[in-house]
Design a protein around this ligand. Structure first.
Ligand SMILES: [Zn+2]
Ligand SMILES: [Zn+2]
Length: 158
């Protein structure tokens, strides 16, 4: 599924082919909360890096989070003008790019269920809006973005 996104101020626009376009995975880690998740969590999608098209690239800044005391190789891209979080790209998985659902303008498919991850890092004021039976994980979930989409028959070929 082709998805289009932009930052709040419009200086950066992008599009990419998402194999995992359903915004089901809520991450409550402190990095997501502080950089992209005013409500206490952020949601990443899965897309193919080789399909990424960007306008306004000169406005993009990147940030490396510190995880367990070490700088993560993962690049968190954001707009240097308005601060909107855009996507995460990691050289360990160079074929993938993970746009933040919050930056996407395309109407995304509503998730049939949600998975709540990194609950061990959740701020105490954040309420977890989980339905009965939904997966809750202190750290990472059992399924990758791809596996979850495959299991729910929602994997997008485009
Ligand atoms: Zn902007
Ligand atoms: Zn996170």
């Amino acid at each position: 599924m082709r998805i289009e996104g932009s930052c709040y101020c419009g200086a950066v626009r992008f599009a990419c082919d998402a194999y995992a376009p359903v915004p089901y995975l809520r991450c409550y880690c402190s990095i997501c909360r502080k950089t992209a998740g005013g409500g206490g969590y952020a949601i990443n999608l899965g897309a193919r890096a080789d399909t990424l098209e960007i306008t306004g690239e000169r406005h993009i800044r990147k940030f490396h989070a510190r995880i367990d005391g070490e700088e993560s190789p993962g690049e968190r891209r954001f707009c240097g003008r308005c601060g909107s979080a855009l996507w995460v790209w990691d050289p360990r998985w160079p074929d993938l790019v993970h746009p933040f659902a919050s930056a996407i303008d395309t109407d995304l498919p509503a998730p049939p269920a949600q998975v709540h991850m990194m609950l061990g890092s959740k701020a105490s004021w954040v309420r977890v809006d989980a339905k009965r039976g939904e997966e809750r994980e202190p750290e990472y979930p059992s399924q990758s973005l791809k596996d979850w989409h495959k299991a729910h028959k929602l994997l997008s070929k485009a």
